[in-house]
Write a protein that binds this ligand. Structure first.
Ligand SMILES: N[C@@H](CCC(=O)N[C@@H](CS)C(=O)NCC(=O)O)C(=O)O
Length: 233
């Protein structure tokens, strides 16, 4: 029995990663949504999470009654529990690359995270143009990721980064949603552009975006750039 505790789909990039991986790899699970009513200790969100994780954060995977928190720990747990599902590539060199990429995303790219928080349904091109111009570290983050993807795709048998869909593709998916939201004017190599289109067209990712829209839940403390759901930037 597998459960995944997740936050608001419009905002929670960390929840999206294992959710998309589970769907993309065909591993059945039950989704347990926890609304982001606040990140303070008195928030319902924190209260409901308390018995699963001391981190107070989503995602949390519950596998046979054991709670596993943190997206990277979840990735390794899935690889262990479902060794034939293709969480990581089969070849050791590729597996090392995929793990390294996920670890780098997990601990880095803070400028992209800070200036372009995930907001699936919003369209903020003016904000994107401004932060792109003002924030050199954001430009570096994006250029670095695009170069890395281009290089991996060159060696990949396709259609995904390491051949078949895996955790690395799921880890990068929120980046492509951010580029969409903020319309960052980055120069994207054609191979990466085609890859991004393939990821965005994945039925599971389409489903996540539709679910995010259906939430219809504007969460002010996660909205640095908007004061209401339909207000222009
Ligand atoms: N390193 C964690 C990050 C998880 C995380 O920051 N989750 C956010 C939602 S996307 C959260 O639950 N935040 C609650 C808080 O900051 O108190 C992971 O990889 O799972």
């Amino acid at each position: 029995m597998l459960q995944l505790l997740i936050g608001n789909k419009n905002y929670s990039s960390w929840s999206l990663r294992p959710w998309l991986a589970l769907h993309g790899l065909g591993i059945a699970f039950e989704e347990v949504p926890l609304r982001f009513d606040g990140f303070g200790m008195d928030a319902q969100f924190k209260q409901r999470l308390r018995r699963f994780t001391p981190s107070g954060k989503v995602p949390v995977l519950v596998l046979d009654g054991v709670a596993v928190w943190d997206s990277l720990a979840i990735a390794e747990t899935l690889a262990e529990a479902f060794p034939h599902a293709g969480v990581w590539p089969g070849a050791p060199a590729e597996r090392a690359q995929a793990r390294g990429l996920c670890a780098d995303i997990h601990s880095g790219f803070t400028a992209l995270r800070q200036h372009c928080p995930m907001n699936v349904g919003a369209r903020l091109p003016a904000v994107g143009a401004r932060v792109w111009q003002e924030q050199a570290d954001l430009r570096e983050d994006v250029h670095h990721l695009l170069e890395r993807c281009a290089s991996l795709l060159q060696d990949s048998s396709g259609p995904m980064l390491f051949g078949a869909f895996g955790m690395a593709d799921a880890y990068l998916a929120p980046v492509w949603l951010r580029l969409q939201t903020y319309a960052l004017p980055c120069a994207m190599p054609a191979s990466v552009q085609a890859y991004v289109q393939r990821v965005l067209a994945l039925p599971a990712l389409q489903q996540w975006c539709a679910d995010a829209a259906a939430e219809n839940d504007f969460v002010p403390f996660l909205e640095p750039y908007r004061s209401g759901p339909t207000l222009p930037e």
